[in-house]
Ligand binder design. Structure first.
Ligand SMILES: Nc1ncnc2c1ncn2[C@@H]1O[C@H](COP(=O)(O)OP(=O)(O)OP(=O)(O)O)[C@@H](O)[C@H]1O
Ligand SMILES: [Mg+2]
Length: 505
């Protein structure tokens, strides 16, 4: 039974009226879709949206990934910080962890939002990543990534003056706490694309090199000198600012193969917790490529150029048809790095290594160019003790330590060769006997070559050649292959000398 017949009829009327309006609207919309061209349509819909959206008090700040030529520190910090702020009911986020990291890393996913509160200010972050439009000519078109940070207009001062610095500081703390040193090279795939900083240029792997200053066999005072230098460097932010210099430091490591140059670099990186960028100059083809690579390195990092003498040989090639002004030269590279880092580099270290100090570009040796020249040389008794402790866990041996000490200084043996012997057995007696035998073999070689060299007066050009050869690692006693090469060089020089001085031979 119906007590309100008129009400029912009103409802029916209303419903049919609504239905007809809806139908009409659908018709109009589909006609509009047919008739009105797309740009006008989107303009109209924006306009209607504008008319019906209440005036907002929101302010949105854009935080781009790049700031000019450099990475944007606010962006990197936000990425790290927001990982800790993702709400439990987020629909999507990203996680990662590498074997050496202590914690699982969480990061915000494309188009997701994260809410935060700071001093009663409500903040909304959104992560946006835009695919590049079409192909560009250079063939390189990275995604454009940025954060949008929205909040009430009236808190602009608080957000910029206090909140963003707070985010940067927090990110620094997080990084310190769970830091894994990374090794970046250009041709390795990005195993860990999370951490490649979005650069798309460097692939990264975690630096698993176990070398530390404790395990590095080196004269103690020299080691201390390097550690002190690093400590002073990282503590001097204000100093570098005051004197108006880029906050950077350069080291040149030179010495024969197997004396620990690469190990020292790893020890430095592990000590400072700086990432390493391995810059392979010989694979570079243009200055613009070099620029792109360098600007995508981050602060608090070490750029390494190994075997600089070999790289130098590559330097003179002009770049295809671009003309000779695009040549890559070492001093050009250094000037470029200086310029770049004085504008946007902080806490940067650059390290060159070479086996042949005499072969490298003199520009590199000029005072002020490389702050410290570090000579990595043959194994001394002190170095041997460090190695023996590392490999065998012993500090002394009643008989064999003394024997080693008596032989080692004249044997020109490298730490790598000693380490190889020490690894042969876990029995100290056996391993140390191996070392003693190695040293004896080395001694004989050194003596043999020395006898040959004695025949040559020191002031002869050729004789100088020999001294150079010796100083730079191809002297008496390296590996078997080197020995051969070295013997050939020495004998060649000796033959020339004898021929000229009429002594035959
Ligand atoms: N000073 C050292 N202390 C401890 N271990 C060393 C040292 N030097 C060499 N070694 C051992 O020898 C191996 C090779 O050394 P490393 O690669 O550091 O030598 P390098 O000087 O870089 O040689 P190259 O000039 O051929 O690059 C290391 O992995 C390490 O095990
Ligand atoms: Mg090396």
């Amino acid at each position: 039974m119906n007590y309100f017949p008129e009400m029912e009829s009103t409802a029916t009327t209303l419903f049919s009226a609504y239905a007809s309006v809806a139908a009409t609207m659908m018709l109009v919309r589909s006609m509009a879709n047919e008739i009105i061209p797309h740009p006008i349509k989107s303009y109209l819909s924006n306009f209607i949206h504008y008319l019906f959206t209440p005036l907002s008090n929101n302010l949105t700040i854009i935080v781009d990934e790049q700031s000019g030529m450099c990475r944007n520190q606010v962006y990197d910090s936000a990425e790290m910080y927001l990982g800790t702020k993702i709400s439990p009911n987020a629909e999507r986020f990203r996680v990662s962890k590498s074997p050496r990291q202590k914690n699982i890393h969480v990061a915000i996913e494309k188009n997701q939002e994260v809410f935060d509160t700071f001093k009663d200010v409500q903040l909304k972050w959104r992560f946006v990543s835009v695919e590049p439009q079409g192909g560009n000519n250079s063939g390189y078109s990275p995604e454009k990534k940025y954060f949008e940070l929205s909040f009430d207009k009236k808190f602009k001062e608080v957000v910029i003056g206090e909140y963003l610095p707070f985010v940067i500081e927090k990110a620094r703390e997080i990084k310190e706490h769970d830091r894994v040193v990374k090794l970046y090279t250009r041709d390795c795939p990005t195993y860990d694309s999370f951490d490649d900083g979005g650069s798309g240029v460097w692939g990264s792997v975690n630096l698993e090199h176990p070398a530390t200053f404790d395990t590095l066999a080196m004269e103690p005072e020299m080691k201390k000198g390097i550690i002190d230098d690093l400590d002073r460097f990282v503590a001097r932010r204000e100093y570098y600012k005051k004197v108006g210099k880029a906050w950077k430091r350069g080291y040149l490591l030179y010495g024969p193969p197997g004396t620990g140059k690469s190990s020292l670099i790893a020890a430095m990186a592990n000590y400072l917790k700086f990432d390493i960028y391995d810059l392979e100059l010989t694979s570079l083809y243009s200055n613009s490529e070099l620029r792109r690579i360098l600007v995508s390195t981050t602060n608090r990092s070490i750029i390494v150029i190994e075997d600089i003498d070999c790289s130098v040989e590559m330097q003179d090639r002009a770049n295809g048809n671009e003309g000779s002004n695009t040549k890559l030269t070492l001093s050009g590279l250094l000037n470029f790095i200086d310029g770049l880092w004085s504008s946007c580099g902080d806490e940067r270290i650059i390290i060159f290594t070479t086996n042949h100090k005499d072969k490298i570009d003199p520009a590199l040796l000029r005072p002020g160019r490389m702050d410290m020249h570090i000579h990595m040389s043959y194994c001394t008794n002190n170095c041997f003790k460090i190695l023996a402790y590392n490999y065998l866990g012993i500090n002394d041996h009643p008989r064999l330590f003394g024997e080693v000490e008596g032989l080692i200084e004249d044997s020109k043996v490298t730490p790598a060769e000693v380490a190889e012997e020490l690894m042969r057995s876990e029995e100290p007696d056996v391993a140390l006997d191996g070392v003693v035998n190695l040293l004896k073999r080395k001694r004989i070689e050194v003596d043999e070559v020395a006898k040959d060299v004695e025949e040559i007066p020191a002031n002869l050009e050729e004789a100088n050649g020999i001294v150079h050869v010796e100083e730079n690692g191809y002297g008496p006693g390296t590996s078997a292959a080197k020995r051969l090469k070295n013997g050939t060089i020495l004998r060649g020089v000796l033959r020339n000398y004898r021929a000229r001085s009429g002594r035959g031979g």
